[in-house]
Design a protein around this ligand. Sequence first.
Ligand SMILES: [Fe+2]
Length: 213
Amino acid sequence: MIFHQIPVGPMQNFVYLIGDENTKEAAVVDAGWEVDKLIEISNKENLKIKKIILTHSHFDHIQKTNKLAEATNSTVYCHELDFDEIKKTINTDSIKAATLKNNDEIKIGNIKIKIIHTPGHTPGAICLIVEKKLLTGDTLFVNAIGRTDLAGGDSIKLFESLQKLKKLDDHIEIYPGHNYGEIPFSTIGNEKKNNPYFKCESKEQFLNLLGLF
Ligand SMILES: [Fe+2]
């Protein structure tokens, strides 16, 4: 698998390029900024971007989706619960778009990407599992978590989503949607040890830490 974590834009976003080295098919995860940079890296790797997967509806993750989709003739995927919100920022009339549910699978060549619905930051926020990597969007950051005080945010749902992620193997690597930590990526095991929000065992403890209880 070809995998790039690419820092883009003025808000410390990461976008991801995932490619099958055999078929040369690729997917981009989030498309908030710097489409030219993504296409340049993809060209260098001899990849053909076919799919764009959006982790959630916030503009800093999606605002360049039309530009990237039109340049590559890609299909855009997002969770069904964020689709209406996403349509406020991107125009889906001129591009191919499809919605996702929990446990759906997207294939990039011979690589399988599994979708985990992790509401909380937004209603249709998703994480993606590809091989030993978990792309967490704005659900889980290195040593932090996504905000729940924006439109559609829900702290209890985020707590429940984090419990789902805690069940994954400690060796799974975490690749977040922003570079907010001291290091750009981590593991489930490290976050269980170090991330104060991810460590919380009860809703009460979690809400207390967020100052909501
Ligand atoms: Fe966000």
